[in-house]
Structure formats: structure tokens, C-alpha cells
Design a protein around this ligand. Structure first.
Ligand SMILES: CC(C)(COP(=O)(O)OP(=O)(O)OC[C@H]1O[C@@H](n2cnc3c(N)ncnc32)[C@H](O)[C@@H]1OP(=O)(O)O)[C@@H](O)C(=O)NCCC(=O)NCCS
Length: 174
């Protein structure tokens, strides 16, 4: 695997109105995500190259239980989501760099769990998670109806299936 440039590092940013002003150019998809999440319990991690974000990832850090993609994030946890590496920068281990920076942040903040949901078919995401020191904590089967996740059956490490009904969402965040 090619090495990412050593002179560049990951920046960790709170989501504020001027968060993106430090960058010279901005991918519209990142701009949209930040605009949608302003004021929410989020932190942004960006791998920057010459003033441009080339990879990014968010941590969801709610103070109260909060639902995201039909699965709740609990207080005291930090959940990785919306990670994206620009196509021309893939295969250089940038996601692992983002995850490492997030893990260090979670440790500093005394958060007990850094986790993410990864689809089984996303091999690049699974291998980059394992490369960053992650492990598969549980496997889930999600039953969808009309594009929404309705029932999750989680297979715990002892092999017991544990169904959860997901359609009663207290608060949906994006
Ligand atoms: C998944 C993703 C974040 C991985 O990031 P990354 O920094 O490229 O991860 P890595 O460098 O560790 O590479 C992971 C695997 O992707 C492969 N890969 C996928 N596309 C590649 C490309 N265009 N060039 C080179 N390698 C690529 C690598 O070879 C590597 O495979 P290996 O582990 O078998 O060696 C990135 O592919 C991406 O942004 N995908 C689209 C969005 C997405 O799926 N986000 C994650 C949701 S959980």
C-alpha cells in the first residue's frame, strides 16, 4: 500500500459556522453535510492536502441517546459515520488515519466506545477498519421496508440472535 504524505495530518474540528473557512477549496458534499449538522453533537475529522479536504469523517457524540440511521448512539460513545476518501486518494490508508485520530480524541474525552456500522459488502471499509486496529463486535441482519430499517437482528459474540425493533425512533438526526 502506498504511504500517505507524511507532512499532512488529520485536523479535528467542532462543527461551527466558520469550521470550513480554513480550507481553500471545498468538496460540495462535505459542505452540505456540515451545513445539515451544524449545532448538532458532531465533530469533523479532515485529512487535508494543500488546503483541500481529501478525506473526512464525522463522530456522532450525543449527550443523550440519539437515533442515527435507525440505530441509537448512546451518551459516552462516539460513533464514526459519513467517512469519505476522494477516489484518487483511496488505497493509501487515509481512513485508518482518520480513525486513529478519532480514537485518540475519544480516549482524551474519556468516551468508552468508538464504533461504526459497516455494510458487509463494503470490503474496503471493513479492511481499513481492521487495519486501524478495529474489530468486528457484532453482526446484524437489518430488515428494510420502503427504504427504512425496520428490524435489526444482532448476532452477539456468543452467537445468540437478539432482535430489536427499529421503527420507533425517538429522534431522527441526519
Ligand atoms: C471505504 C473507504 C473510506 C476506504 O478508505 P481508504 O483510505 O481508501 O482505505 P484503505 O487505504 O485502507 O484501502 C482499503 C481497501 O480499498 C481498496 N481500494 C478501493 N478503492 C481503491 C482505489 N480506488 N485505489 C486503491 N485502492 C482502493 C484498497 O486496495 C484496500 O484494499 P485492501 O485492504 O484489500 O488492501 C473509501 O474507499 C471510500 O471513501 N469509499 C466510499 C465511501 C464509503 O464507503 N465510506 C465508508 C462507509 S462505512
Amino acid at each position: 500500500m502506498p504511504e500517505p504524505p507524511s507532512d499532512r495530518t488529520v485536523v479535528s474540528l467542532p462543527l461551527e459556522t466558520d469550521t470550513l473557512q480554513r480550507f481553500r477549496t471545498l468538496p460540495p458534499e462535505l459542505e452540505n453535510l456540515v451545513a445539515r449538522r451544524l449545532g448538532g453533537p458532531w465533530r469533523l475529522f479532515v485529512y487535508e492536502a494543500e488546503g483541500t479536504p481529501v478525506a473526512w469523517s464525522f463522530l456522532h457524540l450525543p449527550e443523550q441517546k440519539e437515533w442515527l440511521d435507525s440505530v441509537p448512539t448512546l451518551p459516552g460513545e462516539c460513533r464514526e459515520t459519513s467517512t469519505f476518501v476522494m477516489p484518487e486518494q483511496r488505497g493509501k490508508g487515509l481512513r485508518a488515519k482518520l480513525l486513529e485520530a478519532q480514537s485518540a480524541f475519544c480516549t482524551d474525552m474519556g468516551l468508552r466506545r468508538h464504533w461504526a456500522i459497516v455494510e458487509k459488502r463494503n470490503g474496503a471499509s471493513i479492511s481499513s477498519s481492521l487495519r486501524a486496529g478495529g474489530r468486528i463486535a457484532a453482526k446484524s441482519l437489518v430488515i428494510k421496508m420502503l427504504g427504512r430499517n425496520i428490524v435489526e437482528v444482532r448476532i452477539t459474540p456468543n452467537g445468540n440472535p437478539r432482535p430489536s425493533i427499529l421503527f420507533r425512533r425517538r429522534r431522527e438526526v441526519r
